[in-house]
Design a protein around this ligand. Sequence first.
Ligand code: FES
Length: 149
Amino acid sequence: MLKFARARAGRAPEDNAETEPVAASPSGASAPDADRSAARFQLCVCDGPSCGLSSGPLRERLAARVAADPDLAARVRVYDYGCFGRCGEGPNLFVRALAEGDDPDGEPPVEQLLRQRGFYPGVDAAACDRLLEEHCGRGQPVEDLVDDY
Ligand code: FES
């Protein structure tokens, strides 16, 4: 299910304290440049029983930053994922590169996740911004943050 800037039901406004006004893009660019990737991505944000307790502000931040950047908005979708099975490391998310024909709003096949380098455990606001800028923006996994899945 697509979750652009959705309010978190049952959460107090202060739960979204990490969400702040966003610039046009993480890089400050308002239009695609030569360094930007053309790849499409699905940001699978864990909404499982553990990560879901703390991932709301990150989801909101991701959605706001994607929506504020026309290039990312055209290529990146935010998706609520059930659970990655690494619940003690959350909040977790996976930056999934979409191949031709992949549904950006559908459940990703686990075997596809296992083949890609895109699992980010313990994501905070700074990590969120970096993975948007580097992984989604330039198509390069953030090597000091990404982990095998
Ligand atoms: S709740 Fe996020 S990995 Fe299980």
